[in-house]
Write a protein that binds this ligand. Structure first.
Ligand code: SAH
Ligand code: SF4
Ligand code: F3S
Length: 463
């Protein structure tokens, strides 16, 4: 078999796309290798969300040149969002590249690789799927044979929000939903092959099902349907947009036991003028009242967010509003960025009087505030027993396994290595909190509806 080396930058959508390419290529005779030097095909799945992401890819490309020079038969491809954004221009910037494929063309990876072989020259494929039916065509081929205990399932792709700073609507195209029946079918298959936690995936999952489906299915209904599939022990989704977060979604948190009590809801800024400039289509007050409503329905819900500081023209007091909002909501974690001007976005042309040093200072202050909140939130788990889905062995010294609790904190823990397996749901007593991670010891194991106590080395089965 031939060997393919795959590398992924960017978000979970890209991780899912890489997995998909691996699967499609496997069925056409390629096996994945971790050794770049041994590969017949190298695919770099790229991201262009911020300038830094883009720079990383160009510097990696520089490192790949000697490989390509040494082996002219090697096929070198760039896929994903930077590939989409640059298209033909990428051939000028990286002249030794053989293949440029946008995210909408992932399904055609095998044909495009064949085309490169047949043509003996570079192939650029960045046109969007032109059938304007706003639904994702049924996936051809297989789902993974060995999914991890926690598995992503794509439900929607693209984005129609057009926030002024963001490349995604340009790189991933219009929103398209996937038929609910097909999603359910995939979840059943994944569960039968070992998946326990399903994470519904999309840039904007709660815009799911608005158009394009044979029969409209609102996002909250999809939550109920997936949660009802036997064997799904935990359900999550990411990412949501505040504008599409309905009362029915809040009700779903109350109704669905296995819906993890964590919500990632990007807010970007706490200032209304900036939110409007960003075209986020909601105010800070609307965001806070949504959160208050959710907290009153699910009092211990953990919240995380994305923040951009130093948006063009952001004043000191506008920035302070963001800190006020973060403190008010009490996020357990945040992804925090300084604004990065992106090609093809409206904000790129906005006059920006904020010096880089001020942007960096604002980022530092935001990180410090969030670190304090994370510490405070983490203390709540100390001494508690939390449910952890075991995802695998831990790389942390002194810990045996790793996983996550429902609040999406990562948990490293010690436990009986003869009894605990990935995919198990264990009770872990938390002994230590550091950063956004918890440490502890497994005290009980729940498997197949049976609970086994693990303490003092003597397993006792109950119930
Ligand atoms: N679909 C999600 C997130 C998309 S990208 C949403 O609607 O929120 C992930 C995060 O990257 C964004 O939430 C934003 O905080 C950040 N981001 C996107 N474009 C950026 C830019 N030009 N500069 C800095 N951060 C950016
Ligand atoms: Fe980008 Fe906004 Fe779409 Fe999120 S909602 S992907 S930030 S345009
Ligand atoms: Fe990056 Fe594209 Fe995701 S730009 S963050 S890989 S949608």
């Amino acid at each position: 078999m031939k060997q393919v080396y795959l590398d992924t930058f960017g978000c979970q959508m890209n991780v899912a796309d890489t997995d998909r390419m691996e699967l499609l290529l496997f069925h056409s005779g390629y096996v994945r290798t971790g050794q770049m030097g041994e590969a017949d095909l190298i695919l770099i799945n790229t991201c262009s969300i911020r300038e830094k992401a883009e720079q990383k890819i160009y510097s990696l490309a520089g490192n790949l040149k000697p490989l390509k020079m040494a082996n002219p038969d090697l096929i070198l491809g760039f896929t994903g969002c930077l590939a989409q954004q640059e298209g033909e221009r990428l051939l000028e910037k990286i002249p030794f590249v053989d293949l440029v494929l946008g995210p909408d063309g992932i399904e055609h990876i095998v044909q495009v690789v064949d085309e490169v072989k047949g043509k003996n020259g570079p192939v650029v494929r960045t046109e969007f799927d032109t059938e304007k039916n706003y639904s994702i065509p049924e996936f051809a081929g297989e789902t993974p044979l060995h999914p991890g205990p926690s598995t992503f399932v794509n439900i929607i792709k693209g984005c129609d929000k057009f926030c002024t700073f963001c490349v995604v609507p340009g790189t991933r195209g219009r929103e398209k939903s996937r038929e609910a029946l097909e999603i359910e079918r995939e979840v059943r298959l994944l569960v039968s092959r070992g998946a326990r936690e399903i994470i519904l995936l999309g840039q904007n999952v709660n815009a799911y099902g608005k158009r394009g489906l044979k029969q409209a299915v609102p996002f909250h209904e999809l939550l109920y349907r997936v949660a009802a599939i036997p064997g799904v022990e935990r359900l999550r989704f990411t990412t949501s947009h505040p504008k599409d977060f309905t009362k029915e979604c809040i009700a779903a948190y109350k109704d669905i036991d296995i819906l993890a009590n964590h919500l990632h809801l990007p807010v970007q800024s706490g200032n209304n003028r900036i939110l409007e400039e960003m075209r986020r289509t909601h105010t800070a007050e609307e965001y806070i009242s949504l959160i208050d409503e959710l907290k009153s329905a699910v009092p211990d819900v953990a919240l995380s967010t994305d923040i951009i500081v130093g948006y063009p023209g952001e004043s000191d007091s506008e920035f302070e509003d963001t800190l006020v909002l973060i403190e008010r909501v009490q996020f357990s974690s945040s992804y925090m960025f300084t604004y990065s001007p992106r090609p093809g976005t409206p904000a790129q042309d906005f006059p920006d009087s904020v010096p880089q040093s001020v942007k960096s200072e604002r980022l530092q202050r935001t990180i410090e505030l969030q670190n304090r909140l994370t510490r405070e939130q983490g203390q709540k788990f100390a001494g508690q027993e939390v449910d952890v889905l075991v995802e695998g062995r831990s790389s942390r010294p002194g810990a045996d396994f790793r996983g996550r609790n429902p609040h999406y904190w990562s948990v490293n823990f010690t436990g009986d290595q003869n009894r605990i397996r990935p995919g198990d749901m264990v009770k872990v007593r938390i002994e230590e909190v550091s950063g956004h991670a918890l440490r502890g010891k497994a005290v009980a194991l729940n498997r197949g509806g049976k609970r086994t106590l693990l303490e003092q080395g003597i397993p006792i089965t109950t119930g």
